[in-house]
Design a protein around this ligand. Structure first.
Ligand code: ADP
Length: 190
């Protein structure tokens, strides 16, 4: 399963909850990149300048990282990817990786929230956690990239008939409940 949404839509929080319900591992490309930056690995050094300016890390770097992560043993029972794919080329790449592994996507969940609410949430988060990419200019750039590139990704999955869109406004519980009600049937099993 994939979860897709603009920065600040709460996709990381919902990914944790939904993956726990499904009993599958949650994989966040943003978290993996941040761990590399923290550890100052060669990948982290490469990714940092893109992340700090709110740009996408190049597909060549991101795709390889995702391929490596998806080859690990904890993924064999399924996975929830958060933050990937964000570009058309990443969609094609993920298709290839999954086809090679004889796996397929069951469901894609999109969270929507209005831009001004997202900016407000991210500026609030900036005060609490100080993420280096949560400044207003960088936030607006990340939102622009979402509209320019990632909405086309969402459209591809809509064409395949595996997309569910859920309103990301409201409390964390409200959004989870909406996802459970509207999302893939595996989610509503107790
Ligand atoms: P957000 O969705 O709030 O922008 P994430 O934590 O998902 O935050 O990602 C943080 C940063 O990591 C992105 O701005 C980008 O630089 C990088 N990143 C994460 N996922 C990808 C991806 N699939 N492709 C390219 N860059 C990515």
């Amino acid at each position: 399963m994939l979860i897709i949404g603009p920065p600040g839509s709460g996709k990381g929080t919902q990914a944790e909850r939904i993956s726990a319900r499904l009993g599958v591992v949650a994989i966040s490309t943003g978290d993996i990149f941040r761990a590399h930056v923290e550890g100052a690995s060669p990948l982290g050094v490469k990714a940092k300048k893109y992340m700090d300016s709110g740009d996408f890390v190049p597909d060549s770097v991101t795709n390889k990282m995702v391929r490596d992560r998806l080859s690990q043993s904890d993924v064999s029972g399924g996975f929830l990817l958060d933050g990937y794919p964000r570009t058309a080329a990443q969609v094609d790449y993920l298709d290839e990786v999954l086809a090679e592994a004889c796996q397929k996507l069951d469901a894609v969940l999109q969270l929507t929230t209005e831009d001004e609410e997202l900016v407000t949430r991210l500026l609030r988060r900036a005060k609490e956690t100080g993420r280096s990419d949560d400044t207003e200019t960088v936030i607006r750039h990340r939102l622009d990239l979402y509209h320019e590139q990632t909405e086309a990704v969402v459209a591809r999955y809509a064409e395949r008939g595996i997309l569910t869109t859920v309103d990301g406004m409201g409390s964390v519980d409200e959004v989870t409940n909406r996802a459970v009600l509207a999302g893939p049937r595996q989610l509503s099993r107790d």
